[in-house]
Design a protein around this ligand. Structure first.
Ligand code: SF4
Length: 242
């Protein structure tokens, strides 16, 4: 997970609200980073929502669980970052976490703003959202699930350490890549059953932290840790161990 921190002290211009969901002042996010090349096709802007109560055993991102962690990202500030990403030719937005559906109004507002900006820029940049909710949980709570309406594609389901997979961008075999729009179908069709030999992982070192972006396979994080030790970097704590 990870990347560049954001500051959210800007004035707020709420995006178009989704029915039943009041647009919020801001999202609580752990990280914003670009380019992300390991969570969706092409070069992307990545936004990691802060807060997750699903507590999947084996989660690599335990630092995103605490709802009061991270910082605020206003819709206006996000829109400016996305505008800049589009101007630089990025191919899409990936929203991960944490659990984005624990801030449904903020998620809906960011997706609406992302759509407004891409239309304004005349760009077919896709919007991908990760959620730990299972499809049947989404069906049982349509009011919350409506926050995903702006997404072109969604990757659903808990991370289940006992169900490893080689499927692109999915951490376990139960997770489903679901396309929701014409753009989503067009962009993700080649990847629905794609199994890369090795998943792409991005490793960043910044401000005393090592951040891994992508979906590692079993053993990958341990290999990265051992490689860092060989290079003289010892991790005092990690987000993937309790
Ligand atoms: S894998 Fe995702 S859904 Fe599961 S606990 Fe971690 S952040 Fe939450």
């Amino acid at each position: 997970m990870g990347g560049l921190s954001t500051d959210g002290a800007d004035r707020v211009t709420p995006a178009a609200p989704v029915a039943g969901i009041t647009a919020p002042a801001a999202a609580r996010v752990g990280q914003v980073y670009r380019p992300v090349t390991s969570l969706g096709p092409g070069r992307r802007l990545g936004v990691w929502f802060q807060g997750c109560t699903l507590a999947c055993p084996g989660c690599m991102s335990r630092h995103t669980w605490e709802a009061t962690g991270g910082r605020e990202l206003t819709v206006e500030r996000f829109a400016a970052m996305w505008r800049a990403a589009l101007a630089d030719g990025l191919d899409g937005l990936t929203v991960s976490g944490g659990e984005p559906l624990e801030q449904p109004a903020a998620l809906a507002a960011l997706l609406a703003a992302a759509d407004t900006e891409r239309r304004r820029a005349g760009r077919e940049a896709d919007l991908l959202v990760y959620t730990g909710w299972e499809p049947e949980e989404l069906a049982a709570d349509p009011a919350t699930a409506a926050a995903l309406d702006g997404a072109d594609a969604v990757i659903t389901g808990r991370y289940r350490a006992g169900q490893p997979t080689r499927l692109a961008w999915r951490g376990s075999a139960n997770q489903r890549l679901i396309t929701r729009t014409e753009l989503g179908r067009e962009r993700y069709a080649p990847y629905l059953e794609h199994r890369p030999e090795r998943p792409e992982l991005q490793v960043r070192v910044s401000e005393g932290e090592v951040r891994v972006i992508g979906v590692p396979r079993p053993g990958d994080l341990g290999r990265i840790e051992r490689d860092l030790v060989r290079r003289g970097v010892t991790l005092r704590e990690t987000s993937w161990r309790p």
